[in-house]
Design a binder for this molecule. Structure first.
Ligand SMILES: Nc1ncnc2c1ncn2[C@@H]1O[C@H](COP(=O)(O)OP(=O)(O)O)[C@@H](O)[C@H]1O
Ligand SMILES: [Mg+2]
Length: 311
């Protein structure tokens, strides 16, 4: 079981990050003695996966056509095992709005939100006013299916709401406004299949107004603080919520759950990333290192989990 195909690049807005994740994954697995091939996936070279016929696929794609269940479905059809979550879970978590609906059903905390569809959205001023009444200002406008803070806008004034919603509609037909949580950004990395464990929680500080694309990927513009500077009680609470979230959304392999904690210490789930960044400087590898799991060790664990039978 040592022929690994690493899928990377792809066609989403997060292509560049995926190429970095993929290059790091390939180098680390080669170092560990795996026979590694890589493929920068697009619609014209899909059939190469079957030709290569690897023992297992390592999916290092982020965003649409990679993290969203499509590639997972194709690999299921081919009968090739792969790292990370399956079709349903990937598709759900790619969509922040559907995720929040399910979290609400499970009683898991997520900021209040209002959903809008592009073709039925009423642009009248009373609609915007009622958003302010329900959600308050500032508020966060987000496209349903983007990542890396693309299509995410923090809005401070009422007159900025409509333009932000229109901008988010450029990315997706479904958009939400979400209550802004003033507090600390934390992320919980979860590893495992049926009995997942939560790695040390990381606190993220950024030199921009929020953890936007620039601060995520420009060296020195954000800091990962491991473990997060929070009480044991809050740590335990976030671990419990993370495990419950992971299980209720049927995630497998690994995932990273982003939280905002308000000034009163109440945590809110922002989103679940089923293929979080995997460069050796990314958050999940940092969390793994904090419990003595090397970058290579983490990748090998993901391959093992990929090959484990579904329970
Ligand atoms: N409700 C919110 N309150 C405060 N900040 C938020 C909120 N939602 C998002 N943010 C900020 O925007 C960033 C990106 O949002 P997130 O929902 O994690 O989407 P993605 O990482 O997929 O772009 C977060 O890391 C955080 O800094
Ligand atoms: Mg995020």
């Amino acid at each position: 079981m040592n022929r690994v195909l690493v899928l990377m690049g792809g066609t989403s807005e997060e292509r560049e990050i995926s190429l970095q994740s993929g290059a790091n994954v390939c180098a680390a697995l080669e170092k560990k003695g795996y026979q590694v091939e890589s493929l920068d996936l697009n619609k014209d070279n899909l059939n190469q996966i079957a030709d290569i016929a690897p023992d297992v696929v390592f999916i290092a794609l982020h965003g649409k056509n990679g993290e969203d269940g499509t590639v997972q479905g194709y690999l299921d059809l081919l009968g090739i095992p792969y790292t990370g979550s399956g079709v349903t879970s990937s598709a759900i978590c790619m969509n922040k709005i559907i995720t929040k609906k399910l979290l609400s059903y499970e009683g898991l905390p997520t900021p209040d939100f209002i959903i809008m569809k592009k073709n039925t959205f009423d642009r009248a001023c009373f609609v915007v006013r009622s958003m302010v009444q329900k959600i308050g200002l500032p508020m966060v406008v987000k496209a349903a299916t983007q990542g890396s803070s693309i299509g995410t806008y923090i809005v401070n004034k009422e007159e900025e709401i409509l333009p932000a919603i229109e901008a988010a509609f450029q990315y997706d037909d479904e958009v939400m406004v979400e209550k802004y949580i003033d507090g600390t950004l934390l992320t919980a990395s979860v590893l495992g299949n049926d009995s997942p464990c939560v790695l040390p929680i990381i606190e993220i500080t950024s030199s921009n107004e929020f953890y936007d694309y620039e601060s995520k990927y420009t060296p020195g513009m954000c800091e990962h603080i491991v473990p997060a500077r929070i009480s044991q009680e809050l740590q335990d609470k976030i671990c419990r919520i993370s495990e419950e979230t992971y299980k209720s959304l049927s995630c497998r392999g690994f995932a990273r759950i982003d939280f905002m904690v308000d000034k009163l210490g109440q945590p809110y789930i922002l989103e679940i990333n089923t293929i979080p960044g995997l460069t050796d400087m990314s958050l999940v590898p940092d969390a793994a290192r904090a419990v003595g799991i090397s970058y290579e060790g983490l990748l090998e664990r993901l391959l093992e989990l990929a090959l484990e039978k579904k329970g």
